[in-house]
Write a protein that binds this ligand. Sequence first.
Ligand code: COA
Length: 289
Amino acid sequence: MSNADAPRSTGGDTFRQDLFKGKVLFCTGGRSGICYQIVQTMMSLGVDAAIVGRDAKGLAESAQALEKATGQRCIPASADVRDPKQLEQAVKQTIDKFGRIDFVICGAAGNFLAPISSLSPNAFKTVIDIDLLGTYNTIKATIPHIRDAKGSYVHISATLHYRGLPYQAHVSAAKAGVDALSNVLAVEEGPRGVRSNVIAPGPIGGTEGMSRLTPKGWKPENDIPLGRMGATSDIANAAVFLFSPAASFMTGTVTVVDGGEHHIRQMSLPYPQSLLDPESVKSLIKGKL
Ligand code: COA
């Protein structure tokens, strides 16, 4: 029997149903994918939420779906994380509605595959702006409220930057910065009762990133010790734990949720052929290289 059949939790069946009753979550990138699942799981455990992103219409639809699925309240707070003023407005909207913010997820991110040699200055800057400056801007806009609540941050990072990974210079630099920022936040704000931790997801199925960034025909069982792709619920479970009182002595940590993948990571595109002759791998790649 492969480990892909091993028992799994979807969160709601493991944690106490009223774990986050009366608490408020502010989540950037919550419209879809991993962050949407975290918000849904936390709402099913009693939290009210604000989801933040650029796509106002998509946010409104997601907020409605989250309320319907969980019975908790969720507001769409439209903002580009690259703009500090828009984030301040989103925080104000959240405070006006709920009166507090206890938990923050810095999850907004952008990615595409490109070697440094063809990465324009603006392309590199765009990902740094969204992932790293976006995290900084989110922290700055929320910190007075997180101090008041003695609350907690979870930043969604990656494992890409643990080694040199081709085509991922921009994201690797940004996520290394996010990890560093979280550590400093943990140390600076710990004395005020604020915690800051990072989750580093591995390959997670059903997400936009995975569907665009993995080569055609990739087999998770060959590259992941636990024999399967991650699910968004795997990341949500880690977030619930890190926000819960069970993690009250944890700050400045990185929780890797990747089935063990980063310990044995292979180059998913042939190395070095894919770099020396990019045309030769065009047929292996979904989307633009
Ligand atoms: N390869 C190389 N450069 C790329 C690129 C790619 N696949 N995609 C975007 N860029 C470059 C653009 O050419 C532009 O640089 P330029 O001005 O020198 O031409 C720069 O990045 C900004 O792109 P733009 O699309 O104008 O920025 P944006 O702010 O609208 O969106 C992203 C940026 C990263 C969000 C966008 O690339 C995107 O939509 N990605 C897919 C969604 C995504 O990343 N989801 C998260 C998955 S983890």
